[in-house]
Design a protein around this ligand. Structure first.
Ligand code: IMP
Length: 458
């Protein structure tokens, strides 16, 4: 059977840890979208592995697959695999031949477009990894796929078509002189071709490329368990998120089918577990109605002053939760849990269960708040408006819960061991979303998760 793990909020919900925990009975772990914009941290025996592209399951000896819905920067892939090898692991990673390749010009274009947008204060705050420009080329039918890297004639043809266009774009539209760039080779046909060819040679030498859909179908036919690991989160989904402050792919459960080659019926017959952080964080711009204080340069309209109490609380949660970008190191914006967001997410993804993480981070606060609904134009609404501008007008109606004490989380093995007020909080979330809680995270380590349901056991 399949288990699909999906971020229910804005990314950084701690999906890696849940994949790692629930992935035990899985033989194959598949990423179905995104690229090296997805920071995930896996802690194993006190050792921390920070990955951005390699599926977290690879740390635990699973076959990791980057599905056709991913955009793959082979330079990052090789770097991460080499890093894992240096630490004694033997990652087995396969890459879909239908996945698109992030080439050097994509990163440069990502940076230039953000810079141009920042002149009108409309930068998205991307991770700068070239994700958007690569998906743009995929949709524009001018992309380079992993399979193309294996055929030098096809590769040459693709690159000869696309690179001069990119050069013209940055020179004629953006007015940038290629020779002034840090990496002028990013827009040179021969240099890009050589780089891409080398990528292909190594992928072929390590026998890493597959027809992902067939590969996964064969694994399933052989009785193996497949886990699908979403990157980012529902509210930065290109269709269901807060456009334009989104990533360029579909982290939502539907993406698990299109991005892996497994049918929607296969995904739908399995479990879809929504990962919820017990509060909210956001990297980059866009609305956040339950935000506490703010982060300069990311929170629209924030001038560095939100009042001492709010600043203190936001800083406390940020530091306790280690809320700094895995990929970029940026401080994350922090807010209370947002139920309208979670209702939206539950509908879009059809969660069969929830894993609520970081419950320990909120311990010790006198009270914990939740955005229970919004007020928009004087009316109470329970879910997200479909435009980001309307969402920005929403005011969160906060509900207050009694806080729970700091306890020795290593002693929390069963649900009943959780502090009573933490359980009341979790039960409220479960009731509101009409979805069972499958797991509760009380610390970063793999055994610091209280498991109520193991999806592969069903
Ligand atoms: P991109 O994916 O680099 O194009 O960035 C687009 C938006 O998605 C930005 O607001 C990023 O901060 C956000 N984003 C991308 N990846 C992640 C992630 O792994 N966690 C949280 N936010 C992300």
């Amino acid at each position: 059977m399949t288990v699909t793990i999906v971020g229910s909020q804005l990314g950084d919900e701690g999906k890696g840890g849940v994949v790692d925990l629930y992935g035990d009975p899985a033989d194959v772990v598949v990423r179905y979208q995104g690229g090296d914009n997805a920071g995930h941290t896996v802690v194993e025996d006190g050792t921390e592995y920070k990955l951005s592209l390699v599926p977290s399951g690879a740390v635990r000896g699973k076959v990791g697959v980057l599905g056709n819905g991913c955009v793959v920067n082979p330079a990052t892939l090789f770097e991460e695999m080499d890093g894992l090898r240096d630490r004694g692991l033997e990652p087995d990673v396969r890459v879909a031949e239908r996945a698109h390749v992030i080439l050097p010009y994509h990163r440069v274009l990502d940076g230039i477009e953000e810079e141009v947008k920042s002149e009108t204060d409309s930068a998205v705050g991307t991770t700068g990894r070239g994700i958007g420009p690569t998906y743009e080329d995929k949709a524009g039918r001018r992309g380079v796929r992993v399979g193309d890297l294996l055929d030098e004639d096809v590769l040459r043809e693709r690159i000869e078509y696309v690179v001069p266009q990119k050069r013209a774009l940055i020179e004629d539209v953006y007015g940038v002189d290629v020779d002034d760039l840090e990496d002028p080779d990013a827009f040179d046909v021969d240099a890009v071709y050589e780089t891409a060819l080398e990528y292909g040679e190594r992928l072929a030498a390590e026998d890493m490329t597959v027809d992902a859909g067939n590969f996964l179908a064969e694994k399933r036919a052989a009785g193996e368990n497949v886990m699908l690991e979403g990157a980012q989160g529902t509210v930065i989904d290109i269709d269901h998120g807060n456009y334009p402050y989104v990533t360029s792919s579909n982290p939502t459960a539907g993406g698990a089918a299109t991005g892996s080659g497994l049918a929607p019926t296969v995904i739908g017959q399995g479990e879809v577990v929504g990962i919820v952080k017990a509060y909210l964080t956001r990297v980059g711009r866009g609305p956040l109605p339950t935000e506490l204080a703010g982060v300069e340069g990311q929170t629209p309209g924030y001038d560095g002053h939100a009042g001492d109490d709010e600043e203190e609380l936001a800083t406390y949660i940020r530091d306790e939760g280690g809320e700094y970008g895995t990929v970029t190191g940026r401080p994350r914006r922090v807010g209370w849990l947002d139920l309208p967001m979670l209702r939206h997410s539950t509908r879009v993804n059809g969660f069969t269960g929830l894993a609520v993480n970081h419950v320990d981070v909120l311990a010790g606060l006198d009270e914990v708040k939740v955005g229970d609904s919004y007020t928009l134009d004087g009316e109470e609404i329970e879910t997200l408006p479909s435009t980001t501008e309307r969402w920005a007008e929403c005011e969160a109606n906060l509900r207050t819960f009694d806080g729970w004490p700091e306890v020795d989380w290593d002693d929390v093995d069963e649900y009943e061991d959780l502090p009573e007020n933490a359980r009341a909080y979790l039960e409220y979330v479960s009731d509101e979303l009409e979805t069972d809680i499958y797991a509760v995270g009380v610390g970063p380590d793999r055994d610091q998760t209280v498991v109520l349901e193991s999806p592969y056991d069903d």
